[in-house]
Write a protein that binds this ligand. Structure first.
Ligand SMILES: NC(=O)c1ccc[n+]([C@@H]2O[C@H](COP(=O)([O-])OP(=O)(O)OC[C@H]3O[C@@H](n4cnc5c(N)ncnc54)[C@H](OP(=O)(O)O)[C@@H]3O)[C@@H](O)[C@H]2O)c1
Length: 238
């Protein structure tokens, strides 16, 4: 029997991350359900069943990231897929009154967390024949979308969430550029407006629908693109 490919999904104890983990498991991958609260991760992994396992991972904690990378190195030795899904939305409302500590927390999780986790997991991705990194972004990070004349989106994007996803898109390009000569592909996906805790359960899409594009990018063939930003309908403007 072939050893299953292993995928790590951050923030996978609920919402879109859990749906991505569930979908990748259904495609035959062994999923590591990243969760900053291990008990929640274990419950999520149990709900997926099969070979799904929880792993403690707080993307804002260097110690937690290092421990997770060491555990994966020890127990698996390589990583085929990394989905940087964990994200938070705070400091909404008018830019002039946004709380700076909340804005800082958003960047810490949505941008620096992705850089730190990717750096820590890259040696494991290099061990796989064809590593895939997927960054879960948002069309609110598209300067073209929010900057269009008459666009209603600047008010939603705010000074923290939207800008953090714009930075994440740039981070995606930066890693894709560095890894262009390797078998590792790095892409950003917008899952669409989805009913989860993050949106107060507003949004027309289900988490399973939202998972489709991240899952497609996680399973890209060797001739697939790198350094892109897409949703289910195709390429998105930066
Ligand atoms: N929902 C949408 O409409 C939408 C649209 C575009 C993009 N997105 C993006 O999709 C991703 C998932 O969002 P969601 O809607 O599924 O939100 P969600 O239901 O609130 O789930 C967010 C996940 O991230 C985890 N997380 C937060 N901070 C973390 C940290 N420091 N370390 C590890 N995990 C952490 C949460 O863990 P806890 O349970 O411990 O808090 C949770 O598992 C985010 O990147 C979001 O920006 C969502």
């Amino acid at each position: 029997m072939q050893t299953p490919l292993v995928a790590l999904i951050t923030g996978a104890n609920k919402g879109i991350g859990l749906a991505i983990a569930r979908s990748l498991a259904a495609k035959g991958l062994a999923v590591l359900v990243g969760a900053r609260d291990l008990a929640l991760g274990e419950a999520a992994a149990a709900s997926i069943g099969g070979t799904a396992r929880a792993i403690a991972l707080d993307v804002t904690s260097p110690l937690s990231i290092a421990a997770a990378a060491a555990a994966i190195r020890r127990e698996v030795g390589r990583l085929a897929v990394l989905v940087n899904n964990a994200g938070i939305a705070r400091a909404g409302g008018p830019p002039s009154s946004a709380a700076l500590d909340e804005a800082r927390a958003v960047f810490e999780t949505n941008v620096l967390g992705v850089i730190a986790v990717t750096q820590a997991m890259l040696p494991l991705l290099r061990e796989a024949p064809a590593g895939r990194i997927v960054n879960v972004s948002s069309s609110l990070g598209s300067l073209t979308v929010i900057g269009a004349p008459g666009s209603p989106w600047p008010g939603v994007a705010g000074v923290a969430y939207g800008p953090s996803k714009a930075a994440l898109n740039a981070v995606t390009i930066a890693f894709a550029h560095e890894l262009a000569d390797t078998a590792i592909k790095v892409n950003a996906a917008c899952p669409g407006y989805t009913a989860t805790d993050l949106t107060g359960h507003r949004g027309p899409r289900t988490a399973l629908q939202a998972a489709r594009e991240p899952v497609r990018l996680a399973l890209l063939a060797d001739d697939g693109p790198t350094g892109g930003f897409t949703n289910e309908d195709g390429p998105l403007p930066w």
